[in-house]
Design a protein around this ligand. Structure first.
Ligand SMILES: Cc1cc2nc3c(=O)[nH]c(=O)nc-3n(C[C@H](O)[C@H](O)[C@H](O)COP(=O)(O)O)c2cc1C
Length: 211
C-alpha cells in the first residue's frame, strides 16, 4: 500500500475515524496501476462486512483492461473517472450464487443440524421471490460491503469514486454478467491526482435524536 507503511516498521495507516473524516470522491487519477496484491487485500477486507444470514451476496469484478474501461465509461454516461483511474471495481449482488453457497457461508463451529436448519431457513425465505425481489435484498447487503470498501481504500492510501450513474444492462453486457444480478455501484480507484471537494455533510445533530 502506498501510505500505510513507511521505510521502517512504523504503521502510519489512518484509523477508521480518521479515514471517515478525510475520505472524499476523487475523479482525477494518476495513471500508475495499483499492485494486484493491494486490490486483492482491499476486496478481502471489504468482504469482512457483515450481512444478514452471513449470506455475503456481493461479488467484484476488477476492471483494468483499457478497452473494457472505455466500454464501462460509455455504459456510465461517459463518466471520465473510469478511464482516468487505473482500475474500476464493478460490484454486483448475486443471490443465485449466495443461495447455492449458503452451506459454505454457515459458521463451521455450529453443529451440523443447526447449519442444515440455517441453510433451509435461508432458502425458504427467498423461495417464493422473484429475481428482482431477491436482488433488492442482496443489493442492500452489498451496500454494507461498499461502505467498507470506500473506507478501507482510504485507510490503504487509495482514492475512490463510487458511481450509480450507469446503465446496468450495458455494464452487464460489457462484462458478460448474468441477467439476474444487481449492481450497487461502480468504484473507480487509484492514486489521487486532485484533492476533490472537502467533505460537506448535514450537521450530525440534525440527523440524530436520543430518546
Ligand atoms: C452509491 C453512490 C453513487 C454515486 N454516484 C456517483 C456518480 O455516478 N457520479 C459521480 O460523479 N459521483 C457519484 N457519487 C459521489 C457522490 O456525489 C459523493 O459521494 C457525495 O457528493 C459526497 O461527496 P464525497 O464522496 O466527496 O464525500 C456517488 C456516491 C455514492 C456513495
Amino acid at each position: 500500500m502506498r501510505t500505510n507503511i513507511d521505510d521502517g516498521n512504523t504503521m502510519t495507516q489512518p484509523t477508521a475515524a480518521q479515514a471517515a473524516e478525510s475520505r472524499r470522491s476523487v475523479r482525477q487519477y494518476e495513471p500508475a496501476p495499483i499492485p494486484e496484491a493491494d486490490l486483492r487485500e482491499l476486496l478481502r477486507l471489504a468482504g469482512r462486512a457483515p450481512s444478514a444470514f452471513n449470506a455475503q451476496p456481493w461479488r467484484f469484478v476488477v476492471v483494468q483492461d483499457d478497452t473494457l474501461r472505455a466500454e464501462l465509461s460509455a455504459a456510465a454516461y461517459g463518466q471520465q473517472q473510469i478511464v482516468r483511474a487505473p482500475a474500476t471495481i464493478v460490484m454486483y449482488s448475486d443471490m443465485a450464487s449466495a443461495l447455492d453457497r449458503m452451506p459454505e457461508s454457515m459458521h463451521p463451529d455450529m453443529p451440523q443440524d443447526k447449519r442444515d436448519a440455517g441453510v433451509a431457513s435461508f432458502r425458504a425465505t427467498f423461495a417464493g421471490q422473484s429475481d428482482d425481489q431477491r436482488e433488492a435484498w442482496g443489493n442492500a447487503q452489498s451496500n454494507i460491503a461498499l461502505g467498507y470498501l470506500l473506507l478501507l481504500a482510504e485507510t490503504l492510501g487509495y482514492a475512490t469514486s463510487p458511481m450509480l450513474g450507469f446503465e446496468s444492462e450495458k455494464v452487464k453486457a460489457v462484462l458478460g454478467l448474468p441477467a439476474h444480478v444487481r449492481i450497487p455501484a461502480l468504484v473507480s480507484i487509484g492514486y489521487a491526482a486532485e484533492e476533490g471537494f472537502r467533505p460537506h455533510r448535514l450537521p450530525a445533530e440534525s440527523l440524530v435524536e436520543f430518546r
